[in-house]
Every structure is written in structure tokens, then in C-alpha cells.
Design a protein around this ligand. Sequence first.
Ligand SMILES: [Zn+2]
Length: 409
Amino acid sequence: MTPSIVIKNISEIATPTSGVKRGTELSELSVAHGISIYIKDGLIRAIGNYNTLKDSINGNPQVIDGKGKTVIPGFVDSHTHLVFAGTRENEFGKRIRGATYREIADSGGGIKKTVEDTRNASKDELVENASVYLDKALQNGTTTMEVKTGYGLDLETELKMLDVIDELNKIQPVELIPTFLGAHAVPANISKSDYVTEVLEMLPSIAGRAKYCDVFCEEGYFSVEDSRKILEKAKEFGMKSRIHVNQFTDNGGVKLGVDTGACSVDHLEVVSDEDIKLLSNSKTAATLLPGVSFFLNYGYPPARKIIDSGCITVIATDFNPGSCMCISMQMVMSIACTQMHMTPEESLNASTVNAAHSLELENVGSLEPGMQADLLIMDVPNYQVIPYFFGTNHVETVIKKGQIAWTRN
Ligand SMILES: [Zn+2]
């Protein structure tokens, strides 16, 4: 039996209500003061005034004082490339001195460099590397994370990456959701069309190992037609899709996502009004990655238009060694607010309940009785401080599945 916990007299609880949020709903939060939360057997059992809640408490729970603290749901980071070997800080300097993302890729850097390092790394080395990053993600409040493959680009290494994700799920508390991204880039010494065939041939071995299939649908990478072939085949093997689209060019990726019933289309830095309209009438989420625009110093997605049109809006880190070396959802919230004009309430909903919805997880993302107890005790008096006081970690304690997974004290 797991221990029970009571967080008593919390200065502020700020949570989305359950269910996906569109348009003005994205700015709605349920905020309460001076109340308590009772957690038992991995679930939130009761939220309310301590005097009424205490009757439902069994045994001797651990009591945590919530005075001066804010409790929010654990962050759901729905787009990451957590598993990789090597880092690319040398490219960072080159880029600052003027080289473009594409020039770096063409000179043997970029994704291809990480693919080489990841192919050469053992499973144990990859587990060790990812554990270091995952530990930082947990400390910064991420309790659920989507993780993509895509640094193998051959069946053997793609499967090795899935093994790494499985192993990480066993040895640490952050819940990881695997996505197959075989079509991340075209490896050296093979034509694109031959590689698309290879990816299609990988799918039977991937089936049952990855929940989702992703494709980097972008000019110079995989066309809409290549992507459609892969996503439709993946669907036959039980994988729904979430795809990289419209990062550098408006190439029809959004329509492809909506047509194929993708759970999410991610990036959208370059997106037309027609595509936004299409998305707003669909169940496909629009996942925005503010850290990428910040890190690469290029344009941001038009978040206001996307939200105000009624799209299901999500924000995520896109943690990866090339285009976003940031694993903190608090930082991503802050960038979303200051650079994309999202409000603090919208940024919190977009990183919790909507992100969970895009991953088809209905038991996390909000704080209500019956939900899985994934929550954060933040060392701030109210939720608005989280994106406002940026660049620092406000998490004091992380509770995952009803257990203390990390605490600063
Ligand atoms: Zn990505």
C-alpha cells in the first residue's frame, strides 16, 4: 500500500477544471485558498476545508504544511526528444556567430551528428544520459513526458531508443509516453524514397512499442505525401500520429494532420489563417514550442490567433540538443507569456490539461478527487508568480502517483 499524504492549509490551489480547453476556456482556472488535499493510494481523494476533509482520512497520513505555497498539477511535457547521446554546444556558438540551422546541418552537424553519436552509444549509456535530464525535468515539475525516437534512423537503433524509454519507465517516476519518429531525417547514403520505404518496413517491428508515430514533415525533409504514406501505414499498426509541421515553411502539414486524425500538429511557426481555421474545427491539438523560437531566435507561432480561433492549444519544451536545450516547463510558460502573449492562466492550462488531452491521458492534468495524484507544491504565494519570476525553479516538492518523487528539503 502506498503512503497517504495530506497537504494542509495551502495558500493557493490553482488548477484547470477537467476536460479539454478551447478559446476563452483556456483562460479559466479554478483557484482556491486555505484548503487542503488528501492523497491516498496514488489518487486525490478529497480537496476542501480541512475540518470537513478530515473525516475521510484513514490512518496516519504524512502531513505537509501548505502555508505560503501554491499547488498546481504536475506538468505534462507532450513533445520531447529526451533520448540522445552527445551535446551540440559547439553549434550554439557557430549559430550565434551567424551560421543558420540549415548550414550547420549541411556541414555534418545538426540531427546527423546526434544520430551518429546515438548509434554509437550503448543502451546503458543512453539510459544514463537521459536519466540526468529526466532528473532535472522532474525537479522542474514535469511528471509526464512524451519521448520521441528519431536519432537512430535504422531499425536497430530506433528499437534501442524504445528499449531505453521502457527501461527509464521502470527506474524513475516520470511517466514516459513513447513516439516513433523514424522519419526525422534522411540518413546519409540512401535516397529519400528508399528511406521512406525503409521506415514503412520498420513499422511492424515498432507496433506495440510506441503509442504514436511522428514525421518531420518539412521542405527538405519529408513531403506531405511521404508523411501521409508513413502515418497511414502506422495507423494500420495501431499508432495514432502527432507530427512536426510548419516549422520553416507552410507546406500543407496541418491539413495532413487534420485529414489523418492526428492527436497533435506541433510547431506552427509558419501557419496560414486557413490552416488555423481548419485546426479550430478539428480535434487535433496545436502544440506550440516557444523554447525553440527563443533558442533559435526566429519567429514565434501566432499563439493569440491560434487560441482565439478556438484551437486546442498546448505548449511543450521540444527538449533536444539542437533546437531547444531547455527542459523546464516553467521557463516555457514564461516565454509563452512574454513572447507569444499568452496569459499566465492560458500557459498553465496549455501545459497541463490540454497537453494531457493531446496524449489521450484523462487521469492527469487537473486536480480533482479521483484524478491521479500528480501535483507540485510550488514555493510561491500564487500561480501568477510562476511565469513572472522567470529563469528560476519554484518547485519545492513533486508528488507523482501519490508519492513524493522529489523534494528540495
Ligand atoms: Zn521536435
